[in-house]
Design a protein around this ligand. Structure first.
Ligand SMILES: CSC[C@H]1O[C@H](OP(=O)(O)O)[C@H](O)[C@@H]1O
Length: 364
């Protein structure tokens, strides 16, 4: 996306065609800092410590992590070891395993001396595919926003609520949940976005707000618990969120708090959509509540908040007593029954195995 006239992706290759460049997202919105990943270990740390995050971007970073590893040592043993090291960084987003499996199969089938160049090429392909998938999700989601606009008085604002950051910062470009919003704004529709702050890591407050502000999208930051109230008072026309893993029957795993938003939407007849790129579908899993591993992150992310102090320094500030431990499940699962539709790159479908197989018949 464009920032002050400069076009950015969230991950790209340096001029040396070896170094991987990313935006260090923990510093946003206060600082836009590009950092270099020069090794598999750099890529693993960037994923684990959330310098980069978001299912598609995690997959893309892991693919480049495999390329960095092959440039160092293209042996079969290192291919296997690299898969393990990168796979264990975060357990929930299926794009990580999808990208690593794709790289391992592709590279494993060739001579070691060919692997480094092939790995970089594959990582670039995965990035380019992600951009096109998200562009298509935007075009398909735009139609839903236009349908809502058609039911409102001319010029009336369409209010969309989103949770966490499923923006271009969570992908290589466009975002998933934000792509329909960007397409709608580009088409001149009058959109306003309610941005859930999304405790504890505040991806909404820090990242989605920054994206919306950077692109002139009218938006309001709200606490996570305000969404139900806004829906009760007719101030939300639709909800669009992202996903980290969607099952073959349409259950959606996403940032913690998504399930509660879906319950409120159901109770208030607010359409609840999930922007779903196909690499985020886990066809091997049906019951998301029972089968998707939910990442438990450090409780310190709950007992402390990271922000910019009055003196401009950035640090963690403790908000609870020393003796109070934090519980920090990072995701939850929204059952398909609460979801109005899945916005994929191939179109919009019901959150069901029938709906998904209609769009992805090759999965029959
Ligand atoms: C388009 S994937 C975005 C998805 O990833 C986020 O999780 P995290 O920031 O912990 O990687 C969140 O669940 C978003 O909806």
């Amino acid at each position: 996306m464009k920032i002050d006239g400069t076009h950015y992706r969230s991950i790209w290759l340096g001029d040396d065609q070896k170094t991987v460049k990313i935006i260090e997202q923990r510093l946003l919105p206060h600082e836009l800092k590009v950092v270099d990943l020069k090794s598999r270990e750099d890529a693993a740390i960037a994923i684990k410590d959330m310098w980069v995050r978001g299912a598609p971007l995690i997959g893309a970073t892991a693919a480049y992590g495999m390329a960095l590893a092959m440039a160092d040592d293209p042996s079969d043993a290192n291919l296997e070891k690299s898969w393990e090291i990168l796979h264990e960084t975060r357990p929930t987003a299926i794009n990580l395993r999808w990208a690593l499996n794709r790289a391992k199969a592709h590279l494993g089938a060739m001579a070691p001396e060919e692997r480094a160049a092939a790995a970089y090429k594959l990582a670039a392909e995965i990035c380019d595919e992600d951009v096109e998938i998200n562009r298509s999700i935007g075009e398909n989601g735009l139609k839903l926003i236009e349908e809502i606009a058609a039911k409102k008085a001319p010029g009336e604002t369409i209010n969309i609520l989103t949770h966490c950051n499923a923006g271009w910062l969570a992908t290589v470009d466009w975002g998933t949940a934000t792509s329909p919003i960007y397409h709608a704004v580009e088409k001149g529709l009058k959109v306003h976005v309610w941005v859930d702050e999304t405790r504890p890591r505040n991806q909404g407050a820090q990242l989605t707000s920054w994206e919306m502000a950077s692109h002139g999208v009218p938006h309001t930051l709200i606490v996570d618990n305000a969404g139900g109230h806004l829906m009760q008072h007719g101030q939300v026309d639709m909800v669009i969120v992202g996903t980290d893993r969607t099952t073959a029957q349409g259950d959606v795993c996403n940032k913690i708090g998504t399930y509660l938003k879906a319950l409120a939407a159901k109770d208030n007849n607010v359409p609840f959509y999930v922007a779903l790129p196909s690499p985020t579908i886990d066809w091997t899993v049906n019951d998301g509540v029972k089968e998707i591993p939910i990442e438990e992150r450090d409780g310190r992310e709950v007992t402390h908040v990271y922000g910019k102090l009055e003196n401009g320094e950035r640090d963690w500030v403790q908000i609870s007593p020393d003796a109070t431990p934090g519980g920090n499940p990072a995701f939850d699962v929204t059952p398909s029954r609460l979801i109005t539709g899945l916005i994929t790159e191939r179109g919009v479908c019901d959150a069901s195995s029938e709906g998904l197989k209609k769009l992805f018949p090759e999965q029959e």
